[in-house]
Ligand binder design. Structure first.
Ligand code: PLP
Length: 380
């Protein structure tokens, strides 16, 4: 299967990706019968078994113990639970976090510390050390594994080492890294991490907060005491089954990373041949194999998104969650990218079913849009 959709070529997999065929088949099967995993009768016990198998599959994606997987409604809820679920703490979060971390952080702790990043968007470890030294009382540091806009990898191991030296709790939003790079919660050294099913070929509306060790979490959704009292609400059995299968396939698909990176590199090489002054953010540092955040000199991001859309190609300007508002991305701003350059950046993100033909279509359209725009600038 290619990422050709009925409406064209899909290169926005960081926003959401195709649901894998095995996931659709399994979920449809699960939904053909009543499944309440808390019921004690036979159908309920069967639902519980499905749920626990899924929990083990999700845990395996990040080398965790299945008992420490808390299913949530998605990455956003998992991030919120991490920030609120471990008692009142001074929050320290990086300037390039997703809104699912930045927005609640400032609500929960108006004095939250925003950690500076370097020109590639990587957390400044000296700044972390200095800010942690000034904190009196318990702290929580949250730094993402990979940036959703640029794909740049954060130095999470080092962050965890420094934070633990200061006895802070460490959370990592691994929503974009999962299924693209190997993850082992113990090796990363974090206390908790967040995942989202729809970024790895599972359904929307389910995610997980995964703990390194079994520990108390202050539930934010309270009711029937599901998920060992850590997150109430009738369990989303079909969603969990889909998430579990997606996790299993994503783990097996990690061996595809080099192929994806070579498609991405080809795309970047060919756009550089057309416009040598186009810029790729994060190209000199470790980043996800599927993501390219690149400028088209002189052409505004929103104009590009519309022009690509007319060509039948789906890409985004920065993060999908912030599209629709014409402002420079907070990620590029934190990286000190000049405003006029940041306003010409788009994000291209490949996925588990992307092909060389998709890249060909993109580059052909990129050249057409660039030449047309350069022509109109020259004529003006
Ligand atoms: N964290 C990151 C880094 C993301 O990219 C996203 C979604 O784009 C989220 C969290 C939110 O996840 P969800 O869409 O499952 O709520």
């Amino acid at each position: 299967m290619s990422s050709e959709t009925k409406s064209g070529v899909y290169l926005d997999h960081n926003a959401t990706t195709f649901v894998r065929p095995r996931v659709i088949a399994a979920m449809s099967d699960v939904m053909s019968a009543p499944r309440n995993a808390s019921s004690v009768h036979a159908p309920g016990r069967a639902a519980r078994e499905l749920l626990e198998t899924a929990r083990a599959q999700v845990a395996a994606l990040v080398g965790a113990d299945a008992r420490n997987v808390i299913f949530t409604s998605g990455g956003t809820e998992a991030d919120n639970l991490a920030l609120r679920g471990f008692g009142k703490r001074r929050l320290l979060v990086s300037a390039v976090e997703h809104g699912a971390i930045l927005a609640p952080s400032l609500l929960i702790d108006p004095e939250a510390e925003i950690l500076q990043v370097d020109e590639h968007g990587r957390v400044d470890l000296d700044d972390l050390e200095a800010k942690l030294s000034r904190v009196e009382g318990p702290a929580l540091v949250s730094v993402m594994l990979a940036n959703n806009e640029t794909g740049v990898l954060e130095p999470v191991r080092e962050v965890a080492r420094i934070a633990h030296r200061h006895e802070a709790f460490v959370h990592c939003d691994a929503v974009q890294g999962a299924g693209k790079i190997p993850i082992d919660i113990g090796d990363l050294g974090v206390d908790a991490l967040s995942l989202s099913a729809h970024k790895i070929g599972g359904p929307q509306g389910i995610g997980a907060l995964i703990l390194h060790h079994d520990m108390q979490v202050d539930a934010q959704v309270v009711g029937g005491g599901q998920e060992k009292g850590r997150r109430s609400g009738t369990e989303n059995v079909a969603g969990a089954v889909g998430f579990g299968i997606a996790a299993e396939e994503a783990l097996a698909g990690l061996s595809q990373a080099e192929d994806l990176a070579s498609l991405r590199d080809d795309l970047e090489r060919r756009t550089a041949a057309i416009a040598p002054d186009r810029r790729v953010f994060g190209e000199d540092v470790p980043r996800l194999p599927n993501t390219s955040c690149l400028t088209m000199p002189g052409v505004k991001s929103q104009t590009q998104v519309m022009a690509f859309d007319l060509e039948g190609i789906a890409i985004s300007a920065g993060s999908a969650c912030s599209s629709g508002k014409v402002a420079a991305s907070h990620v590029l701003e934190a990286m000190d990218v000049p405003m006029d350059e940041a306003m010409t950046a788009i994000r291209v993100s490949l996925g588990w079913n992307s092909t060389a033909a998709d890249v060909d279509s993109f580059v052909t359209a990129w050249e057409r849009i660039y030449c047309r725009s350069a022509g109109s600038v020259a004529a003006a």
